[in-house]
Design a protein around this ligand. Structure first.
Ligand code: ADP
Ligand code: MG
Length: 682
């Protein structure tokens, strides 16, 4: 791969290119035009029509500088067939000199109605001396930034195309079998198409040249994942297995029986844990599907085998809740669970750290504090990460790296998420992640009833909440989201709480928000969960994981401001017990088209997968995956949804190729992803 320096690009120019993310020859080659200009043909002035953009060859008749109403350069030009005016508002003094009568110009611009008849304003122009052959290909127009001219960028890219090795990475036989053109031809064509090519096919990215680029990109991604997969199989991890008796003791302690889907997921996890290489599994299940108990069973396997397990959750409330539940389950089996968060007092933290280091803590549950450097494990065998999409790759990696003296082995990894990833996306982005899906809710759950209510009808909502609470139920009242400012958000929450307390003087209510001290949050959640509080006014801090089965009504104010995933998560907080769950989405009109669509989706669907599919359509894969957070490199050219057939081929080819000719596969990977390798290894 040639560097910018190899291309003879000056350091100053290289700096400008790097600002556009163009750091080597291949980056330049993949910097494709936004559109093209056809300067291959000269149109006679007489044949021009208004609104047409065309290339002309003319001679200057006269040039004037006008000062009123504005400083303007006006030039009359003609060819054999007719005349027109050129108008420039910004011009240099030497431009006036250049445009002397008789000068020949080649112009590219759009014909408009001017005050003196047909004119072009600020056409692109070139002075002609003698013969100046027309280009044979369309002229590319690239995305660029200030300080980097089209012409300079065009020159750099042309040089990259000329000097870089663009020989095919795909064996010819495969390439023809797939019906794809040669790589070099594709990039040459995309940068400099010949006239007469269907600009529409280029625009829609359906042209074979585009198909080839998309295929290569998908293939590189799949190859990278196959290599990771292979690398994982060569790492060692402890074999974690508990006895049947221990497993049954835990199952017997549950007040319910596992659903079939929970059993299936558990069996998949158990068979992974029994293998001597690290598990890398995502446990996906809609909110309320019962992932926690499956995770607890996985931890039991690790602990029984003499290793430690760690469970990390994104918020203190959630971690705390896991701690209470799981400790309750595991303590009777003689298992020591330790709690670890940033808010622990110094001494408690030191104690916890010491227990973790000595191995006395068999299970550690906590927040990000778990990955702080002061924590080191004695022998970490299993890492469980709840709501994995809320953590960045680096954070997940950091926890895995704390395996401790378990030695040269890696811990197994179980990730959990309630945000389902549509199949095409998971095939393309998570190919080295095995997937278990809990696709069944525990029996007896009634579907939640969702209502959309204009906030002018507040009174009715208030009546419903009062009735529920007076009949022994509990309710959440979710404050409006204010994205712009956290302090405004807090203020709104405080005001909402004051208003609610006035409206419901007879109810015991509490306010929970992100700025509360962790101990206060814990205390409030405990009081709500024990039924002491009937009404919990909350910001979206309760979005993830909060589990209070007796709470059956949720009111969400300004639901139109929230995203689909957030609404679905919030709604999942109710309908967890035997009472019929109600979710009341209050909105404030007028609604934007997007808000209207979102509310319609959440109203019509309860299935998380269906909601995620809509969410993906509304937001696109980048936003959907939260790429910046997860570190997954996004595809630039291909779209796994639209390019499904290419993706299928890429998966097939990657599988064979990495087995039969890994060196060639690696060469392809390097061409495409060399600068992004870092992301992919995470
Ligand atoms: P999530 O998958 O959203 O993390 P949880 O693990 O918090 O769900 O489980 C939601 C609720 O369902 C909890 O109260 C849990 O005890 C309960 N639960 C889990 N599995 C079952 C089951 N098989 N039958 C009945 N209730 C269950
Ligand atoms: Mg959960």
């Amino acid at each position: 791969m040639l560097s910018l320096e190899d291309l003879g690009i000056t350091p100053a120019m290289a700096g400008r290119l790097q600002k556009l993310g163009l750091c080597n020859a291949f980056d330049l080659i993949l910097h494709l035009p936004l559109r093209y200009q056809d300067e291959t043909r000269i149109t006679p002035v007489r044949d021009l029509f208004y609104g047409q953009t065309a290339c002309l060859e003319v001679e200057v008749v006269e040039t004037q500088v006008l000062y009123r109403p504005k400083r303007t350069l006006r030039t009359r030009v003609r060819d054999d067939s007719g005349e027109l005016h050129l108008r420039f508002l910004n011009f240099h003094a030497n431009q006036v000199r250049q445009f002397s009568a008789g000068t020949r110009l080649r112009l590219y611009g759009e014909l408009r109605h001017g005050p003196l008849g047909p004119e072009m304003v600020h056409p692109k122009y070139r002075l002609l001396q003698g013969q100046d052959p027309l280009p044979e290909t369309l002229t590319p127009i690239y995305p660029t930034a200030t300080g980097l001219s089209q012409a300079a960028l065009q020159r750099c890219i042309a040089r990259a195309l000329a000097l870089e090795d663009l020989s095919d990475t795909l064996p010819d036989a495969w390439r023809t079998a797939l019906g794809l053109p040669a790589f070099q031809d594709c990039v040459a064509l995309l940068h400099r198409p010949t006239p007469g090519i269907s600009l529409e096919a280029l625009d829609q990215r359906q042209h074979p040249a585009w198909q080839r680029l998309k295929f290569d990109e998908l293939l590189a991604q799949q190859i990278s994942m196959r290599f990771h997969h292979q690398a994982r199989l060569t790492q060692s991890a402890p074999v974690l297995q508990c006895t049947q008796a221990q497993r049954n003791r835990l199952l017997e302690r549950l007040p319910f029986r596992l659903t079939g889907a929970q059993h299936r997921a558990l069996e998949q996890i158990e068979s992974d844990l029994a293998r001597p290489y690290p598990m890398h599994r995502l446990l996906q299940g809609d909110v309320g599907s019962g992932k926690t108990v499956v995770a607890a069973l996985a931890c039991l396997h690790a602990i029984s085998a003499g290793f430690q397990a760690a469970l990390m959750a994104p918020t203190e409330i959630l971690a705390e809740q896991h701690f209470r539940k799981i400790e309750h389950l595991l303590q009777p089996l003689g298992i020591t669970t330790v709690w670890m968060t940033g808010s622990l007092r110094k001494k408690d933290k030191a104690d916890a750290q010491q227990h973790i280091a000595s191995g006395a803590a068999q299970l550690v549950i906590g927040t990000h504090a778990l990955i702080q450097s002061a924590v080191s494990f004695h022998a970490l065998g299993l890492v469980v990460i709840d709501e994995q999409h809320r953590f960045g790759v680096a954070q997940r990696l950091a926890l895995r790296k704390k395996a401790g003296s378990a030695g040269r082995s890696e811990p197994h990894q179980l990730m959990m998420s309630a945000t389902p990833i549509p199949r095409t996306l998971s095939m393309s982005y998570f190919a080295d992640l095995d997937l278990s899906v809990i696709d069944e809710l525990p029996a007896g759950r009634q579907p939640i009833i969702t209502k959309l209510v204009n906030d002018a009808r507040r009174e009715e909502v208030i009546a419903r909440v009062r009735e529920t609470c007076l009949q022994g139920g509990q309710a959440y009242w979710v404050c409006p989201l204010i994205e712009e400012s956290e302090s405004l958000q807090l203020q709104t929450a405080v005001e909402t709480f004051a208003a609610i307390s006035r409206i419901f003087p007879e109810l015991r209510s509490g306010l929970i928000h992100g700025r509360l001290a962790p101990a206060d949050k814990t205390d409030l959640m405990a009081r709500f969960s024990q039924g002491e509080l009937q009404l919990l006014v909350a910001t979206t801090v309760i979005e993830v994981g909060v589990d209070v089965p007796n709470a059956s009504v949720m009111v969400i104010e300004h639901a139109e401001r929230m995203g689909l995933a957030q609404l679905h998560q919030l709604r999942g907080r109710v309908g967890r017990g035997s009472r019929q769950g109600h979710c009341i989405l209050m909105y404030h009109p007028p609604l934007s088209a997007l808000a209207r669509t979102r509310l319609k989706v959440i109203y019509e669907h309860t299935d998380g997968f269906e909601i995620a599919r809509h969410d993906l359509m509304l937001r696109g894969p980048g936003e959907f995956l939260g790429a910046r957070q997860s570190g997954t490199p996004l595809l630039r050219f291909a779209d796994p949804e639209q390019d499904g057939p290419l993706l299928q081929e890429a998966i097939r080819v990657a599988r064979t190729w990495t087995e039969t000719d890994p060196a060639a596969a690696r060469r392809h990977l390097q061409r495409w992803l060399w600068s992004r390798q870092e992301y992919l290894t995470a």
